[in-house]
Ligand binder design. Structure first.
Ligand SMILES: Cc1ncc(COP(=O)(O)O)c(C=O)c1O
Length: 354
């Protein structure tokens, strides 16, 4: 083999994103919706695709999509920034407000991409620990913010992978303390009882990120956004690549927003199914965390999580293996699927724990 040209030192030492994409019958590992979007959405999208001028660049500002997102949340389009999945939104945030010489704060265990994206952007990452019950520890928040003066502080609510939602009081306290931006990742907000969107204003250093990948049943499209102060959105627009959001995706997002009641029905169905799944889980020898999202974190108590994960896979059921993550010894995370999928998961889990 010839000589390799090496990447940046800080990239060379990093591992990539770990979430096995294996072919299984029951896929409950990435918190997607188990339901496709409604057929009327597909028909409307097909009609729109027929009208796309493929030889032209997309609308660089994605204005019509931003207008519709803004209307949904009662803000102005200048407060909305859209990206290729909320991951790209998080990346542009890090490129704009963090990077070399700046620090990003996270409270583990939480969504791994917050720190991963920050590091790849060249930022330092300050890691705070959650309480033993995996809730945010205000003393620890104070310590991390005072010691590291982070440019960005992340709070994920409902938190992935715990499923726990922060209260308005807790978030308000964090907001009062942050020396930079507070980014509240609300990828799962429609499953939760409240949203930090109510706190967004031009006088507040708060942005809230959302995604079309979960409740909107559109993980294939890669579309996400944030709602925040106009002065944040204006800076992000300088950093993101021109024409980053293709015409097809902008149309998919606009049309999806014509189907809000259908989305809400899917959410209600999943919340009910979550109740059923949790009720079944608590009868098994597992520890279960309360969830306000479309997934449930649990820890087998009679066997180690890693071997249970392999047993489930053997039964063609894929869940997320969190057993080696910081603070999550032996834990697994299961996405709420259809009733049939969840029954397959429960049957395989019962066998694994018998
Ligand atoms: C908390 C959280 N934020 C962001 C994302 C990324 O979503 P997207 O598909 O919009 O990039 C995920 C995906 O699992 C997530 O769990």
């Amino acid at each position: 083999m010839g000589a390799h040209f090496l990447p940046r030192d800080d990239v060379a030492i990093r591992a990539g994103y770990h979430s096995p994409q294996v072919s299984v019958e029951v896929r409950l590992n990435t918190n997607e919706s188990p339901f496709p979007p409604p057929p009327e959405f597909l028909d409307a999208l097909a009609a729109e695709v027929a009208r796309v001028e493929w030889h032209r660049y997309p609308d660089r500002a994605a204005w019509d999509l931003r207008v519709k997102i803004a209307a949904l949340h009662g803000v102005v389009p200048e407060q909305v920034f859209v990206g290729n999945g909320s991951n790209e939104v998080l990346q542009v945030l890090s490129l704009t407000y963090a990077g070399p010489g700046r620090t990003v704060a996270v409270f583990e265990p939480t969504y791994a991409m917050h720190s991963q994206i920050a590091r790849i952007a060249g930022s330092d990452v300050a890691i705070g620990a959650r309480s033993p019950d995996l809730s945010l520890d205000q003393g620890e928040v104070r310590r991390v913010l005072a010691e590291h003066t982070p440019a960005i502080t992340y709070v994920c609510s409902p938190n992935n992978p715990t499923g726990m939602v922060e209260t308005p009081e807790t978030l308000g306290e964090v907001l009062d303390l942050v020396p930079g931006l507070l980014v509240v990742d609300e990828a799962y907000a429609q499953f939760a009882p409240w949203s930090a969107l109510t706190l967004v204003s031009d006088d507040t250093p708060l942005v809230v990120t959302r995604t079309f990948s979960k409740t909107w049943s559109m993980a294939a499209a890669r579309l996400g956004y944030l709602v925040g102060p106009t002065w944040v959105v204006a800076e992000l627009e300088k950093v993101v690549l021109p024409y980053h959001l293709d015409t097809f995706k902008q149309a998919a997002g606009r049309i999806a927003l014509d189907f809000v009641p259908e989305m809400e029905r899917r959410v209600a169905e999943l919340v009910e199914e979550r109740g059923r799944l949790v009720a079944e889980l608590v009868d098994l020898p597992v520890e279960v965390w309360p969830s306000s999202a479309n997934f449930v974190l649990f820890r087998p108590v009679t066997r180690d999580g890693d071997s249970v994960w392999h047993d489930l896979l053997h039964h063609s059921v894929l869940v997320r293996n969190c057993s080696s993550w910081l603070g999550l010894d032996g834990c697994l995370r299961v996405t709420i699927g259809t009733t049939d999928e969840d029954d397959r998961f429960l049957a395989a889990l019962r066998k694994a724990l018998a």
